[in-house]
Design a binder for this molecule. Sequence first.
Ligand code: HEM
Ligand code: SF4
Length: 575
Amino acid sequence: MYRYTDFDRQFVRARAAQFRDQLRRHRDGELSDDELRPLRVQNGWYIQRHAPMLRIAVPYGEIASRQLRMLARIAREHDLRDAGTPQERGGYGHFTTRHNLQFNWIPLAEAADVMDKLAEVDMHGIQTSGNCIRNITTDAFAGFAPDEEVDPRPYAEILRQWSTLHPEFAFLPRKFKIAIFGAAEDRAASGWHDIGLQLHRNEAGEVGFRVWAGGGMGRTPIVATLMADFVPWAQVLVYIEAIVRVYNLHGRRDNAFKARIKILVKAEGQRFVDRVNAEFAALLESDLMAGAHIIPQAELDRVAACFPNAPPLPALPPEPLPADTPLAYRRWLERNVHAHRFPGYRAVTLSLKRVGQAPGDATAAQMEAAADLADRFSLGELRVSHDQNLLLPWVPQTALRALWEQARAHGFATPNIGLLTDMITCPGGDVCALANARSLPVAAAITERFDDLDRLYDIGDIDLHISGCINSCGHHHSGHIGILGVDKDGSEWYQVTVGGADGSVLSGPAATGRIVGPAFAADEVPEVVEALIELYRRERAPGEHFVDLVRRLDARTLRQATDAARQHTAHPQPA
Ligand code: HEM
Ligand code: SF4
């Protein structure tokens, strides 16, 4: 994994010290709440429903066991529920879809100590919030995926360095998110990003980027537009600089709901592409800019060398499993263990989805257990996945059985990766001040309802995504089944969509789901999911996936099935 330099360390520690001083001045009345706000936001601190929320960056999803142990320590020592709050929660972190970890219960008075602790292990919350270029996300399988053409991590690191504290892009019209991948499968949901980048090789074997811009969810879901099929890798900063410049200049600052780049790209169409290409050409011609932004081969090599590979292992021939191998282990091998580019290795997902656990949450004890597993089985390295799980990237094939035993003991071995209960969920109304409804109880009810593995395996691959409001943090628009919390007359209701996609080999390009009817009450939601699944089991053609079926069925058939679920609980719709 990436080796931090002395510069990285000094920078993060200096930032923690600055923030301590800003917090002190706020406490002493020298800075007002309003004056502190931009300063705390630039370090990842929001104020939420019950307490501040801290978002910590896990650049390109790589995390070392010592870093995870520090997060566990912070969860234990600082993420404590204030006496008197109604929630029986605290002492845990929430892994997000964009390589971040969020804490929800840390008092602001302890923020400076937390930032110092993070800095001790080279972590921070810089640019995890605010209208700047956010933490760059990539493929959790980067560097070892068998379908990878080019490893995106060195480029993601160069982009991180370029975008961190970039003075021109610190106050964009709105937040700006970049995802980068270099494989056949897009495991970074790049079509839903402000900029999506795919590394690939042209016919001459040269490495370059396919570039999309203007993807985003929220109240106006828009899939990103292809801007260029091949930008030579050395010029990628220039091309991105051109896109962000055009956005910075022409993006709407008069209306927060129309401020994301997706609105500009949609409104301007080809004019936007032409403007970016003109800016790109001008930058390339300007000695000053091109000189500063063309990536030299030596710099790419230097950064790439900061991502050393695992030591080589002998390749093992496939060995049939003995007849008495437990079914649970076979299933785990099928769903949670992934092929690897390096002989003798496998990648293993530690599932954070099971009955009794909020999707993506990890308690302090779980983080410590995952860190121990990483030390024992994966050279001390873990990845955070887009699907809110942890991944061990470097597991020797010979250690799989031992890892399974230990992962199971810690509740990480639910063999459900890619299945219905491996869902994406935002924290919703339990902690988020913007929520219209709670996400977690709905997620819990569905997880309980579909706890039968035989049934889950029969249903097969399916993406279920839940957001507590239209901001879409739980990516409901792109779920094969999407669930969105809505407010009706002050109570919580849920709108259901089907047929969306993150963009993958299985479900095709990124797509927005379609609504199946009026919203449902909370206790109807598991019934609706059940009804859709039963419809699928009845109507599927041999080998057909859930997402393909719901796309081909007409609105009336879908509506009939889900309305039957509504009648099952007989909730009157509010006026
Ligand atoms: C509780 C704290 C959170 C707050 C206050 C919050 C707030 C927001 C807001 C306001 C937006 C909409 C931005 C816009 O359209 O301009 C947004 C988008 C987003 N959030 Fe969150 N969020 C939170 C937690 C999370 C979590 C836990 C995740 C991941 C599970 C997440 C992932 C995302 C993503 C991926 C988007 C982008 C959707 C898009 O492109 O439009 N957020 N968030
Ligand atoms: S989708 Fe809404 S409820 Fe969920 S975390 Fe985002 S802002 Fe909060």
